[in-house]
Write a protein that binds this ligand. Structure first.
Ligand SMILES: Nc1ncnc2c1ncn2[C@@H]1O[C@H](COP(=O)(O)OP(=O)(O)OP(=O)(O)O)[C@@H](O)[C@H]1O
Length: 522
């Protein structure tokens, strides 16, 4: 329209001849801006939806991984991938994909518009345009590798930082602060180098594209200019190039390269986005998973709570020796037993297998007479409660720590539970009823009793699995924890892995293990 308007003026027309083309140009401009804005918004929303879906899949897969799987990614690495690095997917989906679509359609349309006017102009475009994707593909190949290395470095430094922050007291106690700081500085320097490599490639890709598009537009301007001056009279299908045609070609040439330039501006988004997608997929790929894995399944409690184990075999990895080798056990309803054995004899592993936290290689586990399998594990697990050696205490209020977001647990139930585990005197009104990260502000025994209180307020599990609940406690605290545990376990099955002779002595039966775990005496 602009070319038509200018052409009309050059042929002696007045300003009034410009009104309609100018109005159309203005209208199209406004329409384009509105469509661009709406398209950008829709693309952003779609990208965020897809990111959420990828994040949910990776989080669900992480939650399904067995706690016995030593190949599980480090917490810092997983947190960095899920939180920070996954965000690279948004610009990839929001900017790169639409830009790629535009770059594959718009130049073609421009080419088809220019070809009927001048074949020389079409040839210039046809020669310059393919150079751009060829160079971008070459650069993109390097960019992907650089982005993957940068992501791995970022994840690594996050994992290292989180791990060392958790172990700060140990590092300080052993005088390893300087060595840790040096390692961190080295990692940060390496991350800087990798980030600069990614940026270098991003700038290089933009420069290459700008160069070829500028070359294309300049060649077009030279051709059109000399044609209009009359120095060249080839290139059109018939006669000489008119001012309207020349202007039309000149105005379309930058528009031909514009989507390609846009593509180059977001080229590095592709490398970062694809690397982040691959990392999330990697995170979601599980090797060793728990049995079942759906919280929505209802409790299976058809018969009285009992545990039967026959010929149980388990190993950590196909090439490793069996940690549990043809182990048998029978626990009657209401029975309290101690699993007793040397460190490494497989007590924790047996508890984990009863809870279906890893698939066993051979043998059968029956809970309340029902075999523990993938399809029954969720329902059977709802009958069980677990107390570990060092239960995780979250930063926040005591009530929140005990209720853990479960419905139907009110302040009254929490107060009762605290009284039952003798924590009501610890969390008095004078003392702030909030605890720090990892149980900061609580002693080891108090944290264990807090874990017992969690069990008391929940759905009433009738099988309690306790992994060394009195380890590292003084005799008095161990006695208090044992009292609370036995009170809680009254009328229920209690299986305790322990080294504590006092605790074992208060249980109905002691099952001795030798490594690898077999029963040696009952
Ligand atoms: N994730 C794992 N990957 C590989 N081997 C493991 C893993 N977890 C435990 N093991 C090995 O399995 C064996 C049994 O470990 P388990 O934790 O069940 O022993 P335990 O009797 O509970 O020991 P402790 O009394 O010291 O807690 C040990 O030799 C241990 O090194």
């Amino acid at each position: 329209m602009l070319a038509v308007g200018v052409g009309a003026i050059s042929e002696g027309g007045g300003v009034s001849d410009l009104t309609i083309p100018a109005a159309i140009v203005l209208g199209l401009g406004i329409l384009r801006a509105a469509l661009d804005a709406a398209g950008g918004r829709l693309a952003f929303q779609a990208a965020r939806r897809e990111l959420t879906a990828h994040r949910s899949a990776a989080t669900a897969a992480l939650a399904l991984r067995s706690p016995l799987d030593s190949a599980r990614p480090a917490s810092g690495l997983a947190a960095s991938m899920l939180g920070e690095q996954a965000e690279a997917i948004v610009p990839y989906l929001q900017r790169f994909r639409p830009a790629r679509l535009k770059a594959s359609v718009v130049p073609l349309v421009m080419f088809v518009c220019i070809l009927p006017i001048s074949w020389v102009a079409a040839v210039i475009l046809a020669l310059c345009a393919p150079l751009i994707p060829i160079f971008m593909a070459l650069i993109g190949w390097r960019a992907k590798a650089a982005s993957e290395k940068q992501l791995a470095e970022t994840g690594g430094i996050n994992a290292f930082l989180l791990d060392r922050l958790r172990g700060l007291a140990t590092i300080r106690a052993l005088g390893a602060v300087d060595a840790t700081a040096l390692r961190l500085r080295g990692d940060a320097e390496s991350l800087r180098v990798r980030t600069m490599a990614v940026l270098r490639i991003a700038f290089l890709s933009s420069a290459v594209l700008e160069f070829f598009s500028a070359l294309g537009v300049a060649a077009m301007a030279v051709y059109v200019g000399f044609s209009l001056l009359g120095s060249i009279d080839i290139g059109t299908w018939d006669g000489r190039l008119t001012l309207t045609q020349g202007l039309f070609i000149l105005l379309l040439a930058p528009a031909f390269f514009e989507p390609l330039r846009e593509l180059s501006a977001v080229w590095h988004d592709r490398a970062a986005g694809e690397a982040a997608l691959a990392a999330l997929k990697d995170l979601a790929s599980s090797q060793q998973t728990i049995l079942g894995g759906s919280d929505a399944k209802p409790c299976i409690s058809t018969g009285p709570a009992s545990v039967e184990i026959q010929g149980l075999v388990f190993r950590h990895g196909a090439e490793r020796r069996a940690v549990i080798d043809h182990f048998d056990l029978s626990v009657a309803p209401g029975e309290h037993i101690a699993l007793w054995g040397a460190s490494g004899s497989g007590k924790t592993t047996i508890l984990s297998l009863i809870a279906g936290l890893a698939p066993h290689e051979a043998g059968v586990i029956r809970v309340g007479g029902i075999p523990l399998r993938d399809d029954t594990a969720d329902g059977l697990r709802r009958r069980m409660a677990w107390i570990g050696q060092s239960p995780h205490v979250f930063a926040g209020s005591v009530i929140g720590n005990i209720a853990l977001g479960r419905t139907g647990i009110d302040g009254h139930a929490v107060a009762n539970a605290l009284r039952n585990v003798a924590l009501d005197e610890v969390f008095t009104a004078e003392r702030v009823a909030a605890v720090g990260e990892g149980g900061l502000g609580l002693s080891g025994g108090e944290a264990l009793r807090l874990a017992l209180a969690r069990m008391m307020v929940g759905e009433h599990a009738d099988i309690i699995l306790a992994d060394e609940p009195t380890a590292h406690l003084d005799a008095q605290t161990a006695a208090a924890v044992t009292d609370a545990l036995l009170a809680l376990a009254k009328g229920r099955v209690l299986i305790v892995a322990t080294h504590d002779p006092v605790l074992a002595g208060r249980l109905g039966r002691v099952v001795r293990l030798e490594a690898p775990a077999r029963r040696v005496a009952a």
